[in-house]
Design a binder for this molecule. Sequence first.
Ligand code: EAX
Length: 326
Amino acid sequence: MTMIKKTLISMLAIAGVVSAVSAQAAQKINVAHVLSAKSHYSVGAKAFIKTLEEVSKGEFTGLEHSGGALGGERELIEGLQIGSVDVVITSTGPLGNFVPETYALDLPFLFRDYDHARGVLDGTIGQELLAKMGKHNLVGLAWSENGFRHVTNSKRAIKTPADLAGLKIRTMENKVHMAAFSALGASPTPMAFPELFTALQQGTVDGQENPITVITATKFWEVQKHVSLTGHVYSPAAVLTSPVLWSGLNDQQKGWFKEAAKASAAATRAEVSRLERDGVALLRSKGMEVYTDVDKAPFQKLVLKSYAVYSDKYGTSMIDRIKAYK
Ligand code: EAX
C-alpha cells in the first residue's frame, strides 16, 4: 500500500474519531432571566447549569443570559413556548397571562411568611400548579423564589394607603397587582422589568414594588429614596423549560432537568434568606430611608378587591387551601 493511501486512511480514521467525539459534544442549554449576574436568580441559574452538567456527566451544559439580554419576563415565557429559549427563571409576574391559575399565588397578603410560601409551593398545591402549565404550552420544573415585595418611591414616606394617592407605581404585567394598587389609590403602570430603572431615573413612574433581593440586585438606591416594608405580596419565581426542548428528551434526561431545577430553587431561596437578613442594613448604608413600622392592616383591607381577578374565574377553594396550609 502506497504512503499516500496510508496517510489518507489514517486521516479518515482521525476524522472519524473527531466526528464521534464531536457527536458526544455537550448540548448547550440557554438559561435566561432578567436580573443581574450577581442576583438571587443568577445564583439559581449557575446552580442549574452546574447540577445539569454533573448529573448528565457532560451530556448537557448551559449558558446563562442575565440582565434581560433575551428580553423581559413576558418575552422570555413566549420564547419558551416557541422554542427560542430553553430554560427561564422568572417571577410569576407575567405568568398569569399564560397560566391564569397561577394568579392565586400573586394575591396580596395571602402568604403569612417564607415558610408558609415554600411549604405550599413544594407541596401538593404547588405541584398541581406546575402540572397545569402543560396545557398552556409550558413546562414547569420547580418553584423558585423572588421574595416578599415592598414599595419604593422617590417622593415621600409611605406608611398608610393615603400616602400612595396619586403616585405612579410601576407594577409587573399582572392583573392582580394592578387591581391591588388601584384599590390602594395609586396609579398602577405595568411595565417589563428591563425598562424599569430608566423609567424611575426619568421620573416616568414615581415608584415600584419589589423584594429587597431585587432592590439590591438592581441598585434601586440610585433612583429611589424611600422604601416601605409593606410586604404586600409574596413573589414566587418559577424554573420553566420549553415544551419544544422537553419533547426531545428521554425520561432519564427529563429527570436530570428536574434535579437541576430543584438545585436551582434551593440555591435561590438560600440567597433570598441571606439578603432578607442583611438587606435593610445594606439599603440604609446606600442612603435609602427604610420604614419598617408600616401598619399593614389598612393595606390588607383595601387590596382584598384584587382577589376577584382570580376568584371570579376559579372560585375560592385554592385560596382557602393556601390559607389553611400549616
Ligand atoms: O423577577 O418584574 C419584576 O418586578 C420582577 O420582580 C423582577 O423582574 C424579578
